[in-house]
Design a protein around this ligand. Structure first.
Ligand SMILES: *Cc1c(COP(=O)(O)O)cnc(C)c1O
Length: 484
């Protein structure tokens, strides 16, 4: 393959899988070999229409098989290919030892077994509840919700149950700042609340006057993330808490991303009453392409009786599961996605207090280093774990597509919309200085390119520009769909 195009910055090159201008086709295993094998024998009790006598099974050697899957993985881009600075969504490397821990014999136990035979499992969960409570400054934690958005939903349902229990069921509004993650609006609406959006102040932080004007005896909760999605610390958080608590509302912390706070500051100490944690963004469990995941919820003491059932606690004679007194019920089977939680536990236990503090220091240092270097205008700052640059007169989506040609994954784009053509960038603590320099070089190179080049990007990837709306609304998840 001859190639006179620009080299990639990181050495990661999907273009090796391009033949001429077209992506090379990687045959299915069944296309490589169509050996038919007899599978006859006793069909047992299965009905005839569910059984067959022969089957087309590829007969390939182990190297052929390994190469097939390796090629497929190299046509793709992941956190193990290169930097993945997806702001807010936070892609950090998942250390492999956590997989080993989750694969230990005894880790995958059936949750229907009696508590007395699950003591190790329950003890680990109780410890994880404690770890998360300590990290967030909360009193009690439920491990059950299966994702960040699900955790948010549970948190707001818990807030709602609390208000109703106190004869305050009339509270009908949840306030959300315009910089909030889209799930915050969706959560409040799904829980049956009217969503009141408040604009940010000039400096990108909560506008206290606007919050004060919006807060009333109808306020059930105010949802906030701190540092906010611009990567800015809400310096007025105590005043915010005073306003919200002053009208009898609860303060919700969107803790999807705790990477700036780990071991340094705690939402509970800032006045938050309820929060969720995304273990896949902060505690290095796999993102999982839609699941399984975990989004535990932490609360202050007065909200604990409303948490989902069951929870885990320690008694004199061991650990047991129990249903909180006024529980909102179940939001997932058993205690949630247990093996994901085991990985989060392993990660936290291995890093310990010092390791977590160190991670947050590096996450913040890396974000600020990169913000200085990328060549795009970066309003606001200084930053915490992430920053939002502006693509200026370039289209942020084009910038993103072009970055793929330089062998790096692009940042999150076009959000939050308080920065025009937003490039929301979060390198995380895992990147070395060399890797950050490569990333910066890719940004700088794209900054200099003309609109035509950008609009035609990407041209070095195995999949070219797709119709994103169509892909999201009508995903083709099987090769059968493509064959039509
Ligand atoms: C990712 C994210 C969420 C949602 O978490 P999921 O696990 O993707 O459902 C909520 N809030 C913020 C700020 C996030 O970054």
């Amino acid at each position: 393959m001859t190639d006179d195009r620009e080299p990639t910055m990181t050495g990661y090159d999907q273009a090796r899988w391009i033949d001429g201008d077209e992506p090379r086709y990687e045959p299915l295993l069944s296309e490589k070999d169509e050996t038919t094998v007899e599978v006859g024998g006793d069909d047992g009790p299965l009905p005839d229409d569910l059984t067959r006598d022969d089957l087309t099974l590829p007969e390939l050697s182990e190297p052929e098989l390994a190469r097939h899957y390796t090629r497929l993985s190299q046509m793709n881009y992941g956190i193990e290919s290169g930097p993945y600075p997806l702001g807010s969504c936070t892609m950090k490397y998942n250390p492999k030892f956590t997989e080993d821990v989750a694969a230990l014999p005894g880790a995958a136990v059936h949750p229907d077994r009696p508590d007395g035979t699950l003591q190790g499992t329950l003890e680990l969960m109780a410890h994880l509840q404690d770890y998360l409570a300590r990290i967030g400054g909360m009193d009690e934690v439920s491990l059950q919700p299966p994702a960040g958005a699900a955790g948010e939903f549970v948190g707001i349902l818990v807030a709602k149950a609390y208000h109703e229990h106190n004869d305050e069921g009339h509270r009908s509004e949840v306030i959300v700042p315009d910089s909030a993650h889209g799930t915050n609006f969706a959560t409040a609406a799904l829980a049956g609340y009217d969503v009141i959006e408040v604009p940010s102040a000039e400096d990108g932080r909560v506008d206290l006057d606007a919050l004060e004007a919006a807060a009333s005896e109808d306020t059930a909760a105010f949802m906030l993330t701190n540092p906010n999605t611009l990567g800015l610390f809400e310096r007025n958080i105590e005043a915010v808490a005073e306003i919200v608590h002053g009208v009898g509302g609860l303060l919700y912390y969107d803790g999807a991303n705790l990477n700036a706070l780990l071991g340094r500051a705690r939402p509970g100490d800032m006045g938050f009453d309820v929060m969720h944690y995304n273990v896949h963004k902060t505690f290095a469990t796999p993102h999982g392409g839609g699941g399984p995941g975990a989004g535990p919820v932490g609360v202050v003491e007065k909200l604990a009786p409303f948490l989902p059932a069951p929870r885990v606690r320690e008694r004199d004679d061991g650990f047991e599961r129990f249903d909180p007194e006024y529980t909102i019920g179940k939001v997932h089977g058993f205690e949630g996605n247990w093996l994901v939680l085991v990985k989060a536990f392993a990660y936290i236990a291995r890093l310990g207090d010092d390791g977590l503090r160190d991670a947050s220091a590096k996450a913040v240092l890396n974000a600020n280093y990169l913000a200085e270097r990328i060549g795009y205008e970066v309003p606001h700052g200084p930053f915490h774990h992430e920053f939002v640059a502006s693509a200026g007169d370039q289209d942020a989506a084009d910038v993103a597509k072009r970055m793929l040609d330089y062998g790096v994954h692009p940042p999150t784009t076009k959000w939050p919309d308080i920065v025009s053509e937003a490039l929301m960038t979060e390198p995380t603590e895992i990147e070395s200085r060399d890797s950050l320099d490569d990333l910066a070089a890719a940004f700088e190179a794209v900054r200099e390119e003309d609109d035509e080049t950008l609009a035609a990007a990407p041209d070095r990837t195995t999949a070219r520009r797709i119709d994103q709306t169509e892909a999201a609304r009508n995903p083709r998840l099987s090769w059968h769909d493509l064959a039509d």
